[in-house]
Design a protein around this ligand. Structure first.
Ligand code: ADP
Ligand code: F6P
Length: 335
């Protein structure tokens, strides 16, 4: 259960809009539902959904939502508003055009659900145009500074675990070694949490450098001495494509016969977990309450179980670090 902020409404809005941007994440739908219903039940007359993230803002692909529009989505993965990556939004003139489109429709504020890139766009948009913006952390990567958790992370971890538990059955039957690649181009939060929870023999993350050859020698020795139990190595995809294949190749050179399983976008889909539905619903409702309480240029996140606000400027300039002590547990638990 989360602790919610006590906020007093001091502002009135007639029309607001919301969008989902960047990589989708399970839980975006309950967040949309939370925003739409809280807004309509708090005196905001019109709530508009922007299609395909910032692309739809620029194109004016903006449609009114009702309480019925968000019925039967709380349990659905993906995002009913669709999501996109929109490089044009990095251009100030294009952001100015988007503001004009909102003003033409009488839309006075915007709520953005997305990852760190989307939060950057949101901050620049309000800074340049004066249109109030509230951000919500929506990404499976859990790499957004200022919030302990992000919408979709829990589901992605559970999805990966479900797959790995199955892989482990066959890994044990055949006494084979599996390299399981999970998502995380720049961050190892998914890999670390999945690695600990599935009992991986080794976890590889982008945050901590390693020597490929040394890593494979250690792993091969571990196998030879029967110290590794699960047969599962969890690897975050990292920035350079092909890391998992390179590890497999090195292991083959050392006489191992690893098998590769790339979980990929399976982790981004599926029904949101109970935790993510709750997080998304509370964040969605709180986003509207912060807006009505006069806040702007903030992201609503969660810290130590409490729903809180963080200035977007801080969100986009800080980095969220992977706790070394947590990562160290991955090596302490497998032997
Ligand atoms: P995520 O939000 O999941 O991190 P991206 O990094 O792809 O995903 O960002 C999503 C979108 O946010 C981009 O396609 C772009 O529209 C917008 N965005 C990202 N970075 C910036 C930026 N520096 N300036 C303005 N908009 C940005
Ligand atoms: O949503 C974040 C993320 O899943 C990263 O972990 C991953 O690197 C990236 O998106 C891949 O997204 P796409 O294939 O859509 O570019």
């Amino acid at each position: 259960m989360f602790t919610l902020p006590h906020l007093k409404p001091i502002k009135t809005y007639k029309s607001i809009a919301l969008l989902t941007s960047g990589g989708d994440s399970p839980g975006m739908n309950p967040a949309i539902r939370g925003i739409v219903r809280t807004a309509l039940n708090s005196g905001i007359e019109n709530v508009y959904g922007v299609q395909r993230g910032y692309s739809g803002l620029i194109a004016g692909d903006i449609h009114k939502l009702t309480s019925r529009s968000v019925t039967n989505i709380v349990q659905r993965g993906g995002t009913m508003l669709k999501s996109a990556r929109c490089l044009e939004f990095k251009v100030p003139q294009i952001r100015a055009k988007a503001a004009e489109i909102l003003k033409e429709k009488g839309i006075e504020a915007l709520i953005v659900i997305g990852g760190d890139g989307s939060m950057t766009g949101a901050h620049l948009f309000t800074e340049e145009t004066g249109i109030p913006v509230i951000g919500l952390p929506g990404t499976i990567d859990n790499d957004i500074p200022g919030s302990d958790d992000t919408i979709g992370f829990d589901t992605a971890v559970n999805t990966a675990l479900g797959a790995i538990d199955r892989i482990r059955d066959t890994a044990l039957s055949h006494e084979s070694l599996f390299l399981v690649e999970v998502m995380g181009r720049n961050s190892g939060f998914i890999a670390t949490q999945v690695g600990i929870a599935c009992g991986a023999e080794l976890v590889v993350v982008p945050e901590y450098e390693f020597d490929l050859h040394d890593l494979c020698v250690t792993l091969a020795k571990q196998r030879a001495n029967k110290l590794g139990s699960s047969g599962i190595i969890v690897i975050a995809e990292g920035k350079d494509p092909g890391l998992t294949s390179r590890i497999a190749y090195q292991l083959e050179e050392l006489g191992q016969e690893p098998k590769i399983c790339i979980l990929g976008h399976i982790q981004r889909g599926g029904s949101p977990s109970g935790h993510d539905r709750m997080l998304a619903s509370c964040l969605g409702a709180s986003a509207v309450q912060y807006l009505l309480a006069g806040y702007n240029d903030i992201m609503v996140g969660v810290q130590q179980g409490a729903i809180i606000d963080i200035p977007l400027r801080k969100v986009i300039t800080d980095t969220k670090t992977l706790d070394q002590n947590i990562f160290a547990i991955t090596t302490l638990l497998h032997k």
